[in-house]
Design a protein around this ligand. Structure first.
Ligand code: FES
Length: 130
């Protein structure tokens, strides 16, 4: 079994918003409240969103980068996000509908330098929970 070293990026320094393209929902990120302490790396997209809406993004492994159900596409602000680790990269390789802007939301930590827009791929949106 491969061992990974997963770096924890710094939390965002500025307030910013995460907009869900599919639903129009907007989540405000306040750096003074990070980590929100729900799921994923502190300050990650999943950490932020699951605090307000735990069911919006599936997260079968609980946010420990061991599945790919939290896949999102960062449509705007991709370059403000932390670097993809080897572990995340390996799981992204298994992800259906992979794009050049795909990330695991439990591992993706924007730096807060601009507002971001994400899209949740249709295959992993839980329509029953929405
Ligand atoms: S919740 Fe499993 S990889 Fe993100």
């Amino acid at each position: 079994m491969r061992k990974y070293r997963v770096p924890v990026p710094p939390a965002p320094k500025n307030k910013y918003t995460i907009t869900i393209q599919n639903t129009g929902e907007v989540f405000e990120v306040d750096p003074t409240k990070v980590p929100y302490g729900r799921h994923g790396i502190p300050g990650s997209i999943l950490d932020t969103i699951s605090t307000s809406n735990a069911d919006l993004i599936d997260h079968a492994c609980g946010g420990v980068q061991a599945c790919c159900t939290c896949h999102v596409v960062v449509e705007k602000g991709f370059d403000t996000c932390n670097e993809i680790s080897d572990r995340e990269d390996d799981y992204l390789d298994e992800t259906p509908g992979l794009t050049l802007k795909s990330r695991l939301s439990c591992a993706c930590v924007p730096d807060g330098s601009e507002d971001i827009v994400i899209r949740i791929p249709g295959w992993n949106r839980n329509e029953v929970k929405e």
